[in-house]
Design a protein around this ligand. Structure first.
Ligand SMILES: Cc1cc2nc3c(=O)[nH]c(=O)nc-3n(C[C@H](O)[C@H](O)[C@H](O)COP(=O)(O)O)c2cc1C
Length: 158
């Protein structure tokens, strides 16, 4: 629906890379449809197009990390959105936490989630993750996606 696209383009989104690790291979993609849904228990949700390689890998592993990109990491966002799936992690430094959660170098923070619910909704899967861990790496401001362009947050209003 064109109006929905137009509406969403006008909605500022944070930019994350959602990732997992299956049989020694990292998988990940750029995701802006991330939000928290509950603090007690701690739950987040990501909406992944059901035919993406990363969605399939997360359905297999049952675990995923959410890497919050900093305002200088637009190139990382482009790599995880547009580069060939198998060539993404060779272009960005990363570590693997607890054998399953890829953490990209230079991100602001990362969440480590265990899948607890999956809903098929339209052409997406809503994947609900229980947060098993959270690490904050820096006070850098996050990268914002708006009107198909990247922005920094800008100065506070108050
Ligand atoms: C800023 C930005 C945000 C995105 N957010 C989402 C999202 O929330 N869900 C989704 O399914 N795809 C999203 N995408 C598109 C995926 O990153 C893209 O389709 C990716 O290539 C899928 O990777 P894979 O199929 O190799 O796993 C986004 C792309 C960009 C540039």
């Amino acid at each position: 629906m064109d109006c929905l696209r137009d509406f969403m383009r006008r909605t500022p989104q944070c930019v994350t890379v959602v990732a997992t690790y299956v049989d020694g291979v990292p998988h990940g993609m750029t995701v802006s449809s991330f939000t928290s849904v509950s603090l007690e228990p701690p739950l987040v949700v990501v909406a992944l197009q059901r035919d993406t390689r990363t969605c399939q890998a997360i359905l297999q592993s049952g675990r995923f990390s959410v890497n919050l990109l900093g305002e200088g990491q637009e190139a990382v966002s482009d790599i995880f959105a547009y580069a060939e799936h198998s060539r993404r992690f060779s272009q960005v430094g990363y570590t693997v936490k607890d054998g399953v959660y890829p953490v990209l170098d230079g991100v602001v923070a990362a969440l480590f989630c265990r899948t607890v619910d999956i809903y098929g909704v339209g052409d997406h899967k809503l994947i609900v993750g229980e947060v098993a861990g959270c690490e904050i790496y820096s006070d850098e401001l996050p990268l914002i996606y708006l009107q198909r362009r990247y922005y920094g947050v800008g100065a506070p209003k108050s």
